[in-house]
Design a protein around this ligand. Sequence first.
Ligand SMILES: [Zn+2]
Length: 150
Amino acid sequence: MIAQKARFRHARKLERLAGYRIPDQAFHGATLEAVSSRLNYDRLDHTLHDQMLNFIHSFMRCRCRETPLCGCPEKKFSREILELRENDLDHRQIAQFLQEEYGIDIYPADILSYLEDSVHVLEAIRDIARLQEMPDLCSKAGTHIDMLER
Ligand SMILES: [Zn+2]
């Protein structure tokens, strides 16, 4: 999972705010629980304050009973990376965007290999859809492959 590679650059500041140990990994269960535990984000500097609100807004709004440990935040993060790529950002620009928008550090090389893996999964879906005569799914998979690969 690509989400496991995402780290908060300012995890120590969040830790001070929470008053207990928080892992660096942004999508670690303990981190997600801390972030969703009504920390007083007003005490953070302006940039980090906005980044944490962006993070909550983009990845942590679901109605699952087990939220935030339901898997949705990780899935939304994976989807965000694919959408950024489909909006024509390359892996370096995606890493830069994630840092500015959410305060998340992630290696461009990890993003690149995630994008390549995603294309392979889509190729498998496209091939199976073709064999099973599911033309809609086949062409949708093809469209996403083209958008990720261009
Ligand atoms: Zn959920």
